[in-house]
Ligand binder design. Structure first.
Ligand code: MN
Length: 252
């Protein structure tokens, strides 16, 4: 088995080290990850400058690009073989609800899925890694990876996994919830008297939706959400049929 491991926190994160270590006995594990923290870059792909990959040691590469770049480079350049599985994480902090749209961790798995590869994104709901929790998250990731390698995943499906901190009471199959970001911008002054802004400074909440990833974490449960990339809103599509878009066309 060949497993590609990536993340968005950077190749030096304890999260990716714990993950790679846990997966090691399942096959050849190749780590290809950003050379620095690239959290919240979403599904960004680097097109305007060349990418460099430094092999830090055998099968561990640091890339000066995004998580999506890493998956691309891994599959099409650095490894001369197609991975059987791509695992992204373990991210420092949860990726639930609308976080998914910003998350480099989740979008690395999305990229793998677009390439037709089974993929899992794993995040730990904490602000600071504690060794025991991280090892527990890595052990769960290993078991889930084994399951995916054995059973495969349905077409166009990748898994978003979030692991609670503290006591873990079980696992739940969930759906994407809804975040409440609130007033998340902090404005301060620099030493020269100019304003600067920091996004993401405020507290983040979530809507109470039974069966959601957010609720699962709150209940001390690991959430496993199957995702796909098609964002079409089918309900709205029916409603917008009444717009008769043809009437917007200029008459010739
Ligand atoms: Mn991150």
């Amino acid at each position: 088995m060949l497993i590609l491991v990536t993340n968005d926190d950077g190749v030096r994160s304890p999260g990716i080290r714990a993950l790679a270590e846990a997966l090691h006995d399942l096959g050849r594990v190749v780590v290809i990850a950003p050379d620095r923290n690239r959290s919240a870059v979403g599904h960004a792909l680097t097109l305007e400058h060349p990418l460099r990959a430094e092999e830090l040691k055998t099968d561990v590469f640091a890339v000066d690009g995004t998580p999506t770049d890493c998956v691309n480079l891994g599959v099409h350049g650095l490894i001369q073989a197609t991975p059987d599985l791509v695992v992204s994480g373990i991210n420092l902090g949860s990726n639930v609800g609308d976080d998914i749209t910003y998350s480099g961790t989740v979008c690395a798995a999305m990229e793998a899925s677009l390439m037709g590869l089974p993929a899992i994104a794993v995040s730990l709901d904490t602000r600071q890694f504690k060794t025991e929790e991280l090892l527990g998250a890595a052990r769960f990731s290993r078991k889930l990876a084994m399951k995916v390698l054995q059973s495969g995943l349905p077409t166009d499906t990748f898994l978003n996994v979030n692991i609670p901190s503290g006591v873990c009471r079980g696992v739940r199959l969930t759906r994407q919830g809804k975040r409440k970001y609130g007033e998340a911008i902090v404005c301060k002054q620099d030493p020269r008297g100019r304003n600067y802004f920091w996004i993401g400074g405020g507290d983040v909440g979530y809507e109470d939706i039974p069966g959601s990833d957010c609720n699962a974490l709150q209940d001390g449960l690991i959430s496993v959400t199957p995702l796909h990339t098609n964002l079409t809103n089918d309900l709205s599509r029916q409603e917008l049929t009444g717009w008769s878009l043809d009437s917007l066309m200029e008459k010739s």
